[in-house]
Design a protein around this ligand. Structure first.
Ligand SMILES: CC(C)(COP(=O)(O)OP(=O)(O)OC[C@H]1O[C@@H](n2cnc3c(N)ncnc32)[C@H](O)[C@@H]1OP(=O)(O)O)[C@@H](O)C(=O)NCCC(=O)NCCS
Length: 335
């Protein structure tokens, strides 16, 4: 086969059953449904159940994506998981997924790029598929952020949620697949959004009520975030990245059928759309229901859009992400 590009042949997602609404959070910290809705667009988020860990959620999303793709776990050649909340430092979340789903022929590893982790992982998959289009690659974004949130800090605890999304990719020699992409990082700004290395296993049980009441979050175990700075950088960098990629590729925003972005804050997405002069109807959002689930947010949104029939063959899709590091990136896909 001639060198081609990566294309997505199946999507899947998993969201924990437990729903934490803004009203529930009013019982935990000094906040209000109104404040959270107007400042972030979030109405509820999903929270992992007691004992539910990142690799389990990732595996459940993977099984769905494999079923849609018509690929068996044994046919997989490679598994990449974008995550910052794996339950262990070693082995990787990807190795645990490999074991869980029985993908004995795949090699597996994690990518750490915060909310951009899934898109970074897709980029790696695409590079492999250019040289070996027959490969079948599973790419997952999965997070248990609830274990790393300080449930006494209203500045951060209202923002995040848990979940996992997955895609199966293979090589394409047609117009379909990843047309263009650009990834970025700026480690100089790391302090604006950070999380100490500490696997989920050694964090307190995920019971927001108990955690809040007992204040038992170990020092350094929770998110540290300069919200306003992050907001400003996200809008600017995501906007510049989209403009630069489309200019480079000679594609007009009018040609884009759907933008599937990282879901951090509805105001970030509205500012981005305004800056790009893009109708907000073309921006797919799940932030209202799921909050910010970091690397999981884009693949969960993609799977929902796919299952709702929002993605038609031949559509031009734009992925846009931003996260801690800072890391950010943009991808242009022909569906
Ligand atoms: C966090 C964020 C929602 C805060 O919104 P904001 O409009 O910047 O709000 P401010 O920081 O100006 O806070 C305004 C006030 O609300 C208060 N506040 C913060 N969180 C609150 C909450 N959950 N409920 C009620 N009040 C809250 C603040 O303490 C502040 O009070 P003060 O004026 O008395 O000091 C917003 O900055 C944001 O979304 N940033 C990006 C975060 C992000 O996406 N991170 C992940 C990136 S991948």
């Amino acid at each position: 086969m001639t060198a081609g590009r990566g294309t997505i042949i199946g999507t899947g997602s998993y969201l924990p059953e437990r729903i934490l609404t803004n009203r529930d959070l009013e019982q935990v910290v000094n906040t209000s449904d109104e404040w959270i809705k107007t400042r972030t667009g979030i109405r509820s988020r999903r929270i992992a159940g007691a004992g539910e860990v990142t690799s389990q959620m990732a595996s459940r999303a993977a099984v769905e994506a494999l079923a849609m793709a018509g690929v068996t776990a044994a046919q997989l050649d490679m598994i990449i998981v974008g995550t910052i909340t794996a339950e262990m430092v070693m082995p990787s979340c990807a190795c645990l997924v490999q074991k869980e789903i029985g993908a004995e022929n795949a090699f597996a590893f994690d990518v750490s790029a915060a909310c951009s982790g899934f898109v970074y992982a897709l980029e790696i998959a695409d590079r492999y598929l250019k040289n070996a289009p027959e490969m079948k690659i599973l790419v997952i974004g999965a997070e248990t952020l609830s274990a790393r949130v300080d449930w006494q800090d209203r500045n951060t605890c209202v923002l995040f949620g848990d979940g996992a999304g997955a895609c199966v990719l293979t090589g394409s020699t047609t117009e379909e697949g990843l047309l263009a992409s650009q990834l970025y990082s700026d480690g100089r700004l790391w302090q604006l959004l950070s999380l100490d290395a500490r696997p989920r296993r050694y964090c307190p049980a995920v019971d927001y009520g108990v955690a809040a009441a007992q204040n038992n979050m170990p020092e350094g175990a929770a998110f540290s975030m300069a919200g306003k700075d992050v907001f400003k950088h996200a809008v600017r960098e995501m906007g510049d990245a989209v403009v630069n990629l489309l200019d480079r590729e000679g594609v007009s925003l009018d040609d884009i059928d759907l933008v599937v972005p990282h879901q951090a804050n509805i105001r970030i997405l509205k500012s981005l759309a305004e800056r790009l002069d893009l109708s907000f109807k073309k921006v797919y959002t799940t932030i209202q229901k799921y909050g910010n689930s970091s690397a999981a947010s884009l693949p969960v949104a993609l799977d929902e859009a796919n299952r709702e029939g929002r993605l038609q063959k031949g559509d031009l899709l734009l992925f846009s992400v931003f996260g801690g590091g800072f890391t950010w990136g943009v991808m242009l896909w022909r569906w």
